[in-house]
Design a protein around this ligand. Structure first.
Ligand SMILES: Cc1ncc(COP(=O)(O)O)c(C=O)c1O
Length: 351
């Protein structure tokens, strides 16, 4: 009854959502603050009868709002929106990567990349991280490839490349192959590579509303790239699902784009909480990698990531560990409210 290709699927496993008791959830890099009040107003004024009609398939109002939020170098024709950045990534993999040469990405990175590569039958080359867990740009430049993808900041490590380094990297890549920079976590202190789009037509930037815009539950992500790439993403989308972003999500996305000040403030709070939490953990003997994201990656000598996770879970807080060789002694901790991080720090101080 099942297709042959089905047996080859290796699905992505997201952070768990157990319901056996209330937990403080610091395992999926969600934002602890609510979306902007402008989003609440947009939901309150949403007319349910408008749900009778299909949404705008091209989400033109939303694409225009995103372009104007991003500034003068970005036009709506450079923006593509999808049902979460995971869906946008899936279309990017389909439209831009293929052939006999491998797709290159860091060995420890967002674990959906190998899943999509497997789904579309794209060969891969995973480049080990440097000994201090930063991305190895030299290593990624070696050999042939059909494209490169990495998050900046990287997940789950939090390491960050400033635009000057990304520019130097891009200038050594062939212009006929895509370099995809996934900026899911760029709003927590990093500087975007968006200005480089004017110089590098093969650069594709991916963003999400799930982290810095506080609506992982609504599913909205986007790509910014030159209009030829955006056209290719539209062709891919229209061969798969004509209406991936529903009417309510389009409306609240527009509202969120208009409240940059609110988001700048809450995300600055998260970055400050991260830095304070990291220094408390270091004072307790934890090795915490420098992070520019809304999470930290930390380990303590003699303690496996899984053991730390279990003891933290027993105390009512969910964090994440990985059974992947090379990072089994780490836990990844999303940054929540200051009081939650204080509680977690005191639990971790006792491990
Ligand atoms: C690096 C990275 N990219 C993309 C995503 C997907 O985000 P979403 O599909 O919620 O937009 C995540 C989610 O954790 C991520 O860590």
């Amino acid at each position: 009854m099942f297709a042959k290709r089905f047996a080859d699927l290796h699905p992505y496993v997201p952070g768990e959502q157990p319901k056996d008791r209330p937990y403080v959830k610091l395992n999926a890099n969600e934002n602890p603050y609510p979306p902007s009040p402008a989003v609440a107003r947009a939901i309150a004024s949403f007319d349910p009868s408008s749900l009778r009609l299909y949404p705008d398939p091209d989400a033109n109002g939303l694409r225009a709002a995103i372009a104007s939020m991003l500034g003068p170098g970005v036009t709506p024709s450079m923006v593509f929106v999808g049902n979460g950045s995971d869906e946008v990534l899936s279309f990017v993999f389909y439209a831009l990567f293929d052939g006999d040469r491998p797709l290159v990405f860091p060995e420890h990175t967002y674990s959906f990349y190998p899943v999509y590569a497997g789904f579309y039958g794209i060969p891969t080359r995973r480049v080990p991280l440097l000994p201090d867990f930063r991305i190895d740009e030299e290593g990624m430049l070696k050999g042939e490839n059909c494209g490169v993808i990495f998050p900046n900041p990287n997940a789950p490590t939090g390491s960050y490349l400033p635009p000057a380094e990304i520019r130097a990297f891009l200038s050594r890549c062939p212009r006929d192959r895509a370099v995809v920079v996934d900026e899911a976590y760029i709003d927590f202190g990093g500087e975007t590579a968006l200005p480089l789009l004017a110089e590098f037509p093969n650069l594709v930037i991916i963003r999400t509303f799930s982290k810095s815009f506080c609506f992982a539950g609504a599913r909205l992500g986007f790509a910014v790239a030159n209009p030829d790439v955006i056209d290719a993403l539209f062709t891919t989308k229209n061969s798969f699902n004509h209406f991936p972003v529903d009417a309510l999500t389009q409306k609240i996305g527009i509202a969120a784009c208009g409240d940059a000040v609110y988001y700048r403030d809450i995300n600055a709070k998260i970055s400050a909480t991260r830095d304070r939490f990291s220094s408390v953990l270091r004072g307790q003997g934890w090795d915490v990698l420098p992070s520019m994201a809304n999470f930290v990656f930390a380990r303590k000598s003699g303690l496996r990531g899984r053991a730390a996770y279990e003891r933290i879970k027993d105390a009512g807080i969910l964090v994440r560990y990985f059974e992947t060789p090379g990072i089994t002694d780490f836990v990844r901790i999303s940054i929540g409210l200051p009081e939650d991080m204080d509680r977690l720090a005191s639990i971790m101080g006792g491990l």
